[in-house]
Every structure is written in C-alpha cells, then in structure tokens.
Write a protein that binds this ligand. Structure first.
Ligand code: ZN
Length: 92
C-alpha cells in the first residue's frame, strides 16, 4: 500500500454509483496535484478527474439531449450542469 494516499482527504460521495463496477457508496472524491477533483472507486480500479468526467458528460448530452433545431443540438455554453449520479434502482 502506498503512503501518499493518506495526505489528501477523501470523502465518500453518498449515493454515488461507480460507473465501472456499479456499486453504490464506494466512490470517494479528492483533489489531486492539479487541483482537480478526482473520483475514485474503492472497489475497483475506477478513477476519473473532473475534466474527464465533464468531457464524458458533454458527450453524453450530445446523444441524449438531441434538440433538432436545423439539425444542430443547442447547448448552453456558459452553463456547467452539476451532475448528480443517480441511477434507477432496478436491480434484480
Ligand atoms: Zn467501482
């Protein structure tokens, strides 16, 4: 085990579901050396910075939020939607 992980405070994100292993309440968040928020799963190898997630979010929005205005999707440039991980609990 590495020691450096201790120097930065990590906090669990309540109700967050890991996008990789789909477990709930296993995701922690901390700030890395680049002052970026990093989400990490304690159950699997999942790790993602806020910028990586933002890129993924906008990519998903392009798909899910199709607004057919002359074939172009309308996105608000200035807005940074806060994403809250919330998945329907449809587990068997
Ligand atoms: Zn995971």
């Amino acid at each position: 085990m590495t020691e450096f992980v201790k120097k930065r405070p990590r906090r669990f994100i309540a109700g967050a579901v890991c996008p990789k292993c789909s477990k709930m309440d296993t995701t922690v968040m901390f700030i890395n050396d680049e002052e970026e928020e990093v989400r990490e799963c304690i159950e699997c190898e999942f790790s993602q910075t806020s910028s990586e997630q933002a890129a993924e979010d906008s990519a998903q929005e392009m798909v899910t939020r199709v607004t057919p205005v002359n074939g172009k999707a309308v996105l608000d440039d200035g807005e940074q939607p806060l994403k809250i991980m919330q998945m329907p609990s449809d587990k068997n």
